[in-house]
Design a binder for this molecule. Structure first.
Ligand code: SAM
Length: 266
């Protein structure tokens, strides 16, 4: 039977990153604790639901662009719940036979995903993305043929990695571990003094859900070192190859997105 209810763990209910995100995306995989936290944050930052929908839409555009370019393997780090436009859903909609590994460090999220994803072509790993060896040596990661290019998604997740853990070094380790022609898909929340609502939202987020670390465009760009950025480069999230006919966004983006490719000749 398909599992459509919200994920649940042991212990008192508490808001989870993935389920708060699901609430903002209009999903059903959330409980009262998620909704209450989400509403409080959205009060401080009314643009937040649009920002998160724009991020999810970027994931869709990036995966479609890479699948169109021939990529058939995806490593989704900080996948969140594999619903509402998850990578395997995007490739299935395209009729592309892809292999997808979803990695998350929230045990409730990975348990939920394990019950829900199709058995063929999708695997779920419970690991912290900072631990490259744990991710790549997990038995489920054997689904990926690492002699061939892999698209590594790190979308809306590196802002949960503290500065002390050097997220640029984390990205570099994946860049260097994968076959030439592999890609990194990245989106990240912005530290921008012109958007003061972000700081209040980030404070609430850190207090009620998980510590969040905003970064400047320069800091985000540093995470893409050594990659050839696909056009249009590192841009506000809605501006990464917007769909034909999409209205140009006038609202601030609150974050940046890019897709970079490792050198084919390495
Ligand atoms: C906001 S969701 C993003 C979902 C998806 N990547 C997207 O962009 O649509 C972030 C997810 O990253 C997970 N996460 C946070 N820190 C992580 C870490 N260090 N390792 C693995 N997953 C992490 C959270 O549990 C959550 O499910």
């Amino acid at each position: 039977m398909e599992d459509t209810g919200p994920p649940s763990g042991n212990g008192p209910p508490r808001p989870r990153i993935a389920c708060v995100y699901d609430y903002f995306l209009g999903g059903k995989c959330n409980i009262d604790a998620d909704r209450q936290a989400a509403r409080a944050i959205a009060e401080a930052m009314p643009d937040l639901p649009d920002v998160l929908r724009a991020n999810r839409a970027f994931v869709g555009r990036a995966v479609r662009a890479l699948a169109d370019a021939g990529i058939r393997q995806f490593l989704d780090l900080g996948s969140g719940l594999a619903v509402n436009g998850a990578v395997h859903e995007i490739t299935a909609d395209m009729g592309v036979d892809a292999r997808v590994v979803c990695v998350d460090n929230d045990p409730v999220v990975t348990a939920y995903n394990r019950r829900r994803v199709p058995r063929r072509g999708v695997a779920v790993v419970h690991a912290d993305l900072r631990d490259l060896d744990a991710v790549l040596s997990a038995p489920e990661s054997a689904l990926l043929d690492r002699t061939r290019p892999v698209a590594v998604l790190m979308t809306a997740v590196l802002h949960f990695v503290p500065h002390a853990d050097d997220p640029a070094a984390v990205v570099a380790r994946y860049r260097d571990a994968l076959a030439p022609g592999s890609c990194i898909v990245l989106s990240h929340a912005e530290d921008n003094r012109r958007l003061p609502g972000t700081y209040q939202a980030a404070r609430l987020y850190s207090k009620d859900i998980a510590p969040i670390h905003l970064r400047t465009r320069t800091e985000i760009a540093a995470m893409l070192a050594g990659l050839d950025l696909l056009a249009p480069g590192l841009v506000p999230i809605p501006d990464w190859r917007p769909d034909a006919g999409a209205r140009p966004s006038t609202a601030p983006s609150y974050g940046f997105a890019a897709v970079g490719r490792t050198d084919r000749q390495r």
